[in-house]
Design a binder for this molecule. Sequence first.
Ligand SMILES: *Cc1c(COP(=O)(O)O)cnc(C)c1O
Length: 387
Amino acid sequence: MSRELLQEGYFGEFGGSFVPPELQEVLDYLSEQFHMYKDDPEFNEEYRYYLREYVGRENPLTYVERLSESWGGAKIYLKREDLNHTGAHKINNVIGQILLAKRMGAKRIIAETGAGQHGVATATACAMFDMECIIYMGEEDTRRQALNVFRMELLGATVVPVHKGQGRLKDAVDEALNDLVLNYKNTFYLLGSAVGPHPFPSMVKHFQSIVSEESKRQILEKEGRLPDAVIACVGGGSNAIGAFAHYLDEPSVRLIGVEPDQAPTLTQGVPGIIHGFKCLVLLDEEGNPQKTYSIAAGLDYPGIGPEHSNLKTTGRAEYVTISNEEVLAAFQELSRTEGIIPALESAHAVAYAKKLAPTMSKEQIIIVNLSGRGDKDVEQVFHMIKK
Ligand SMILES: *Cc1c(COP(=O)(O)O)cnc(C)c1O
C-alpha cells in the first residue's frame, strides 16, 4: 500500500489497520478499488439512482414547530432518515458498498449484525441486487432477536449463528473476517458502521455523507443560513459522521454526538485497539473491551469510529451522555407532539436537543439527525413503561 493511502486511514492518532497480513492484502485491494470508484461518475450516478428510486431520497428536513415552541428556544429541524426504505440511515451505506462489491466482481456478501438492523438492511439490498447473503450473528443475539433473524431469512439471507466466544457481536465479527480471508476472491464484507480497519471508516463516512449534503442544501433553502448545532446519536458513529461531514469545515456549526450514559465510549474511553483499528474504547480492569449495555441495541458497542475519536480529541465535536429516563421521555414526547415515533437510538439525540434548545435564542437553529423510526422499539418501550 502506498504511503499516501496509509496516511489516509488515520484520523490523528486513531484509525489504521491492525490485522494479520493475509487480511491486510484483501483490505489494501478494497481500499484501492474504493478510491477508484468513489470518484467515478458512472458509479456515482448509479448510487444516486438507487438512493432516489429505492431508498426514497432525498428525505425531508422537517421543521417541528410544536416541539420547538414547547421547548422555548432554538428552532428544531429533524433530518428524516426514519423515512428511508427499511426505516433508518443504514441503507445508505449498504447500497454504496453493494454497488462497489458488484464492480469488484463479488457474488457473495457477508456481514455481521448484533441487534439485527444492519443484517436486515444488508439482506434487503442483497435481495434487490440478487446477491448471495450470509449474515453472521452471535448465537445469543439470534435468540434475543429471533424476529429479525426471520426477517433476514424472509429476504433470502442465510443467518449463521456463531457459537464461539460469548456468542455476541465481537465473535460474529471474527467469523466474518475469517470467511473473508478464505473467500476474498468472490466475497465482499459489508461493514455496517464507521468502524473497523481502513478503509471501512472512510468508506462508510463517504456513503453516509449524503445526509449532511442534503441537510446543508435544505437548511440553506429554508433559512438562508447554516444551523447553529447538529446533534446525532453515536453507536459506532456512522449516522453521526454522515450528519456532521459537510459541516466539519464550518466552525460556526456545533457538532454534538450523544451516547447512552451506560456506554459512554467517547466521554470515558481511552485509546486502545479493538476489531483491528485504534479508537477510544471502554476497557474493564483487565484491559479488555468492557461489556456495554444500552436500551437502544444499536448504540451498544464498546468502541467508536476513529474519526469521532479524533474529533473528540481535537475538540471539533462535543460528545455528551443522556440517561435512559431522558431517552424514554423524549421517545414519548416526539411521538405525542409531532406524530413521529423515533428509534430509541435517535431518541438520544432528541433528548439532548431538549436540554440545549432552551439555552438558545429563537433565531438559532438545531438540526437533529433522526437516524431511524421507532416501530422496532414499540414493544420494548411498552414493557419498560408498564414496569
Ligand atoms: C444502528 C443504528 C444506530 C447506531 O449506529 P451508528 O453507526 O452509530 O449510526 C443509530 N440509530 C439507528 C436507528 C440505528 O439503526
